[in-house]
Ligand binder design. Structure first.
Ligand code: NAD
Length: 251
């Protein structure tokens, strides 16, 4: 089948579908200027040591790791990033009444900023736009704590209990939130078409949503520039630019 025929076939599958579940990874946000981790220009591909620094154990044990993390948060590309054609295509899918849920591994909230209904977005790795206290669990907007960092606090403590603050994301070594994962798996089982976009699909349990949806009878479409760990489960593999492919298939 030619590339154009394959795109037309998937567009028809989406026309026929009633409960599309999208599963997005870092690849959908690279066109917005936020680098992924494992792609050719990924943060960890370029600097393998960065992966080790991002474990929760190092963060809690070492104030220097936390100071570096806060400096990094101040300069994060997400604060100025804008949604791109990929995010916008998924908003159109929702307006057509087809988007059942959107599971995302991303922590940038660009889906919600693009206009996807917050209630449909399942953030399995949390969000960098919020801060959480490791001791008391209090949560607050990231911007408030960044203002303290800008004012000179290089490792700001929780204002309620003095505990260590971190972004409200799932760090390496940190447990996922069971209710969030359960919800992701439930919607994957309800899908009639699962659209996996911009993820290497090697991080479990989230990647398990792909074979789960397939076993439950959904068509599986993978959109990614490179091979993924789930290519053998896919009914269609769309290899190329997300910003070009999603507008072509989502209508
Ligand atoms: P990943 O880095 O493992 O893989 C991204 C994949 O997307 C790669 O295979 C890459 O080739 C592909 N890709 C990148 N840009 C593309 C484009 N424009 N068109 C087509 N394909 C493209 O991503 P992951 O599987 O989501 O895992 C990384 C983890 O790190 C996530 O779980 C997430 O929590 C976190 N993360 C989040 C962000 C974000 O919020 N934007 C950014 C980096 C990492």
């Amino acid at each position: 089948m030619s590339d154009a025929d394959l795109l037309n076939t998937v567009a028809r599958w989406i026309d026929e579908a009633q409960r599309v579940v999208a599963l997005t990874g870092a690849g959908i946000s690279t066109d917005s200027g936020i680098p992924d981790f494992r792609g050719p220009q990924g943060v960890w591909t370029r600097n393998p040591a960065a992966e080790k620094l991002s474990t929760i154990q190092n963060y809690l044990a070492d104030p220097e790791v936390r100071r570096a993390a806060w400096r990094g948060r101040l300069e994060h590309t997400a604060w100025t990033a804008k949604p791109n054609r990929g995010h916008e295509a998924l908003v159109r899918l929702e307006r057509r009444g087809k988007l059942h849920a959107l599971i995302t591994q991303n922590v940038d909230e660009l889906h919600q900023i693009a206009g996807t209904d917050r209630d449909r977005v399942i953030e399995v790795h949390g969000t960098i736009r919020r801060v959480m206290c490791w001791r008391c669990g209090a949560r607050s907007p990231m911007e408030r704590t960044l203002a303290r960092v800008r004012a000179g606090e290089d490792d700001p403590a929780c204002l309620s209990c003095g505990g260590i603050l971190k972004s409200d994301t799932i760090s390496f070594g940190q447990a996922l939130v069971p209710e969030v994962i359960d919800r992701a798996m439930q919607v994957a089982g309800e899908a009639d078409l699962l659209l996996a976009i911009g993820s290497t699909l090697q991080v479990y349990p989230v990647a398990g949503a792909v074979p789960l949806a397939s076993r439950a009878g959904a068509r599986v479409v993978i959109v990614n520039a490179e091979p993924t760990a789930m290519d053998d489960v896919a009914d269609a593999l769309l290899r190329g630019s997300i910003g070009e492919i999603l507008p072509a298939i989502c209508g």
